[in-house]
Each structure stands twice: as C-alpha cells, then as structure tokens.
Design a protein around this ligand. Structure first.
Ligand code: DAT
Ligand code: MG
Length: 134
C-alpha cells in the first residue's frame, strides 16, 4: 500500500474539472483516504514547493498555487505514485502523452491542472504539509 499526495490545481478547479478528475481516480481504483478543498497561504505553498525554492519559476509558482482553491487528496493503493504520475502525464502539457490529464486539461507548464508526488519521500513531505502530521 503506497500513498501519494494528489491535487487538482487552481486552474482546473476554476474550470470546473474537480468531479471529472476525482472520477478518474475512483475508476482507477485508488482509495481516497483524505480529500479537502484548501486555499494555500504563502507559508504552506512555500513549504509544499520547498525543493523548487531556488528555481527561476519559484515566485511565479507560489503566486499561481495561492491564486485560488485547490482540491487535495491522499490516494492509496498499489504503485500509487507511479500510476498517478502516468495518468497525469509530463509536466509540460505540450509534451504530455495524449489521454493524460495534463494533455487534456493543462494550459501551460505552470498551469498544468494537477499535481502528484514524485517519490515516497516527497509524498510523505507533501502529505504532512497539506494534511498535517498523522
Ligand atoms: P511536476 O509537477 O511534474 O512534478 P516539477 O516538480 O518539476 O514538476 O515542478 C513543479 C511545478 O513547477 C510544475 O508542476 C509546474 C512548475 N514548473 C516546473 N517547471 C517549470 C518551468 N520551466 N516554468 C514554469 N513553471 C514550471
Ligand atoms: Mg514535482
């Protein structure tokens, strides 16, 4: 049983894609352990994206992720991290495989609709930042 932090980002929430995206995750058989709409403040956003603190796009990324509500989930199941990343597609929607969420819903490399943890270490960090230590 592996957990990941999956999130519908502000651009996709604003365009009314929450139900459609959650339905995909249910159909794929992931267990939704936690689900919450949140508006990230600056401190939570910066903690969430701490690994990107030194990147040139960091300030813009923080502006974007705090610009509106997100819908965050803890998903559990077999090989959840890899399977969710496959369903999401590449970071840049223009490079994402057809049929993936980012290809279908992403507007740009920044406004790319969804987030999924990329490793067990980042999943543990992100779950703690978003839902608190359990
Ligand atoms: P991912 O979300 O696929 O794990 P990442 O961890 O490398 O990608 O980056 C986190 C987010 O930062 C990503 O979803 C969108 C933004 N981002 C990444 N690279 C970017 C770039 N070159 N320009 C603008 N935003 C970028
Ligand atoms: Mg990442």
């Amino acid at each position: 049983m592996e957990k990941t932090l999956f999130m519908v980002k502000p651009d996709a929430v604003a365009r009314g894609l929450v139900g459609e995206i959650v339905a995909v995750m249910e159909r794929e058989g992931f267990e939704i352990e936690r689900l919450e709409m949140q508006r990230f403040g600056r401190a939570r956003a910066e903690a969430f994206y701490d690994v990107h603190r030194d990147k040139p796009f960091f300030a813009s990324l923080i502006e974007y992720i705090t610009s509106g509500p997100v819908v965050a989930m803890v998903l559990a199941g077999d090989s959840t991290i890899t399977r969710v990343r496959e369903l999401m597609g590449a970071t840049d929607p223009a490079q994402a495989a057809s049929g993936t969420m980012r290809r279908k819903y992403g507007e740009s490399v920044e406004r790319n609709a969804v987030h999924g943890s990329d490793s067990p270490i980042s999943a543990a960090h992100e779950i703690a930042v978003v839902f608190g230590a359990s």
